[in-house]
Design a binder for this molecule. Structure first.
Ligand code: HEC
Length: 195
């Protein structure tokens, strides 16, 4: 959970920065409403412009790293395997949606990665790939409550995870079918009456 701890630390630091900015007289003097629909009157002063830049810097520090959202993906996608193995379909569906959402978020955080060579690598095609070869059949298998099809689609999704890791020059990150669920306290067995 390295990513989580790092994130908590940077959140605390950013909280202090934001608090300091809010308390400063310069901040109080400028309009706090960004892009609320009202047209700005006149050009921003140097101070207002600098204050905005500072705020953007502070907000950027609040955005989690891709490693952080990926640790979420690891947790959720591991749980999906065990939920499906127990034929707990509502839970499998939940973890499926969480995984898919976190992958989308990962790419929103940083849509283009810099490679060692200095070249830019857009991540969107890898998301499209995991959608096509992994998530679409996996979702269909979960909805059909088909354990065999889930296994096949799960492995194909892992292959698509790895395709992106290799492309971003992290071939040491090879995901495999998990031995243990990531969740410590969520029950993997179905709850009676919960469909
Ligand atoms: C679109 C590209 C992409 C896809 C698809 C992708 N990943 Fe990642 N993943 C990354 C990147 C980039 C990193 C490295 C982040 C960093 O360290 O900057 C990463 C890192 C990781 C890590 C290491 C996190 C850590 O720091 O401990 C895990 C675990 C992981 N991914 C799991 C998965 C799984 C499981 C899937 C598929 C369900 C997946 N990833 C799909 C891009 C992707």
């Amino acid at each position: 959970m390295r990513g989580r701890r790092q994130h908590a630390g940077s959140l605390a630091a950013t909280g202090l920065l934001v608090a300091a900015a809010l308390a400063s007289p310069a901040r109080a003097a400028q309009s706090p409403e960004p892009a609320s629909g009202a047209a700005p009157t006149g050009s921003p002063t140097r101070e207002e412009f600098q204050a905005l830049r500072d705020e953007v810097t502070q907000l950027r520090a609040l955005v989690p790293t891709q490693a952080h959202t990926m640790v979420d993906v690891e947790h959720q996608f591991a749980n999906l395997w065990f939920a499906a193995r127990e034929r707990n379909w509502p839970l499998a569906r939940f973890y499926f949606n969480e995984t898919r959402g976190r992958i989308a978020w990962t790419v929103r955080i940083r849509p283009v990665r810099k490679l060692e060579s200095g070249a830019d690598l857009p991540l969107a095609p890898f998301v499209q790939n995991i959608e096509d070869v992994g998530f679409t059949p996996l979702k269909a298998a979960i909805e059909a409550r088909d354990s065999r099809a889930v296994k096949v689609a799960y492995q194909r999704t892992l292959d698509a995870c790895y395709a992106c890791h290799k492309a971003v020059e992290k071939p040491q990150l090879k995901p495999e079918v998990p031995q243990h669920p990531g969740a410590l306290l969520i029950r993997m067995q179905p709850e009676p009456g919960v469909q």
